[in-house]
Design a protein around this ligand. Structure first.
Ligand code: NG6
Ligand code: CA
Length: 521
């Protein structure tokens, strides 16, 4: 009953926001000064979307018309990077302008992890707030909450509000981790105090079924990991008890985040705003709404991608309806590369057929090869960005300094290069070099060359079937002639190798310290 009321509320809000969007088209007077005020900034961030998952990036088996429209009418980057090959470190870098390997705790976090960003640290929303922006995050957080031992039934802090966000509507970690609830400005949404939430990543609560012991209760079977508390017929990582009325409905998650994102831009249309809209797709568990089920023939992974694409289209329609397209820089990217089987038997492998989520790149999520971090990366700003393609090298770690320049702030961080003109297509030369991270290991791209130092561990992670980049030898690739990183030139180019090692160690220090192998159960 409660869930159907929630669904009705979502529908009504979509309809109502659509109506108010229509009215706002006429409201141009209040934005007469828009050339003088800095533009709104929206970061649309996908979760595990690969370089080859988007038709604008060459996918032929799947169609993403709304992302393609942004790419066609904006700037499509061919060398845009996430800071890391997994979520938490990439998001940390995006928001702080600091490379993830500078913070030893920047790794995939459990849902109970404390806040990873120091509340004294500079962040994009903090910087923008100083310049008069209203700042918001809607979607996946995965940067920790609280200071350890969070009581989910009280105000949860510190969190996004304490690192610069005026508004936050988030899931704590990932869709496959407990707690499976939304948190609005530090409070679990729709929580019934008489049914308190308890969360543990160590032990189960008496009487709670798990995916391991009660597979008969599952609608989606786990493959590796993900065999703990069952919510909505899907077992998760971690244990959770209580909070029945607050639990999300997985199939409605995309609509829930979309409505909040639309509401946010509608509410703040008359002031500069920043929105970090972090979609959950196509991360596991892939649970597209019925409207998208079966639409790609590729199983839940493909269907979740087109659901995300639809959300992006609807969100852009709202911006357009509000008359904000000429006054909003939209940046779209992904937190890391693609993975097909990431722990559930969801037919993603069986139905993949000719689709190549990584495109021509080697590796995928968790990998030091390029598919781990080279991701779809698009900028769009109607009337300000000339449509085209940019081959400039750029990283999400550069957003802080570049957005600062756009907003008239002199805030910079050493790792974050000020590349606003590159983002806007006025300059074709981006970074000279970039340090890439994958599960606490690092590599470096410099110009067309990539250096991957030797690392212990398996060459291929057998659970996800992805080449991680581990080898006992140095690896050296030249992407200009070998975008798929097939030919190790380390032996044939000893001078280049030595120069790259020297530069890498100058920037990174001893990369082989503190290396931990990725553990996937
Ligand atoms: C891994 C999970 C994977 C995913 C990932 C985080 C297992 C076996 N695998 O540990 O399913 O949740 O963490 O993904 O538990 S990320 O995109 O948020 O970094
Ligand atoms: Ca991710």
């Amino acid at each position: 009953m409660y869930k159907s009321i929630q669904a009705l509320f979502i529908c009504l809000t979509v309809i109502l926001s659509g109506i108010s969007c229509g009215e706002e088209v006429k409201d141009t007077d209040s934005r007469k000064d828009q050339e003088k005020t800095p533009p709104n900034i929206v970061v649309i961030y996908l979760d595990d979307l690969g370089y080859g998952d988007v038709s604008a990036y060459g996918a032929t088996e799947i169609s993403t018309p709304n992302i393609d429209k942004l790419a066609k009418e904006g700037l499509r980057f061919t060398n845009g990077y996430a800071a890391a090959a997994t979520c938490t470190p990439s998001r940390y870098s995006l928001l702080t302008g600091v490379y993830p390997w500078r913070n030893k705790d920047a790794k995939i976090l459990p849902g109970t992890a404390p806040l990873l960003i120091d509340t004294a640290q500079m962040t994009i929303p903090k910087m923008l707030r100083k310049k008069g922006y209203y700042t918001g995050v809607v979607g996946k957080w995965h940067l920790g909450l609280g200071a350890g031992n969070v009581d989910w039934n009280r105000h949860i802090a510190p969190g996004p509000n304490e690192v610069g966000f005026d508004y936050a509507y988030i899931m704590a970690a990932t869709q496959d981790r407990v707690p499976t609830v939304f948190i609005e400005n530090g409070y679990v949404a729709h929580l019934d105090p008489s049914d308190p939430i308890e969360v543990s990543y160590q032990h189960n609560f008496p009487g709670q079924p798990t995916g391991r012991d009660n597979p008969e209760l599952l609608k989606m079977m786990w493959d590796h990991g993900h065999d703990q508390t069952i919510v909505n017929g899907i077992s998760r990582i971690g244990y959770m008890k209580g909070g029945e009325t607050a639990k999300w409905v997985d199939e409605n998650m995309a609509d829930t985040f979309l409505v909040r994102a639309q509401q946010y831009v509608t509410d703040h249309r008359n002031q500069p705003f920043f929105l970090y809209y972090a979609l959950q797709q196509p991360h596991v568990p892939r649970t597209p709404h019925d409207r998208f089920v079966g639409k790609t023939g590729m199983g839940p992974r493909g269907d979740a991608i087109i659901e995300a694409d639809w959300c992006i289209g609807e969100f852009m329609k709202t911006l357009e309806g509000l008359g904000l397209l000429e006054n909003t820089l939209v940046v779209l990217s992904s937190d890391n590369g693609p993975v097909v089987n990431d722990g559930y038997k969801d037919e993603s492998i069986e139905k993949l057929e000719k689709h190549t989520p990584a495109g021509v790149l080697r590796g995928g999520k968790y990998s030091l090869f390029d598919a781990g971090t080279r991701v779809p990366f698009i900028t769009y700003w109607s009337g300000h960005i000339n449509p085209g393609v940019s081959d400039a090298m750029i990283s999400q770690v550069d957003f802080l300094s570049s957005f600062a320049e756009l907003a008239g702030s002199d805030q910079r961080t050493p790792d974050s290069e000020q590349l606003l003109d590159v983002l806007l297509g006025k300059q074709q030369t981006g970074r000279k070099e970039i340090v890439l991270e994958a599960t606490s290991r690092t590599a470096m791209r410099q110009g067309d060359w990539v250096l991957i130092p030797p690392y212990p561990g398996p060459a291929v992670n057998k659970f996800v079937n992805i080449e991680l980049g581990n080898s006992s030898e140095y690896q050296l690739y030249n992407l200009k002639d070998d975008i798929s990183q097939k030919h190790n030139l380390a032996t044939s180019n000893p001078e280049k190798l030595q120069q790259m090692i020297a530069d890498f160690e100058r920037i990174r220090g001893n990369a082989n310290e503190n290396v931990e192998a990725l553990e996937l159960k």
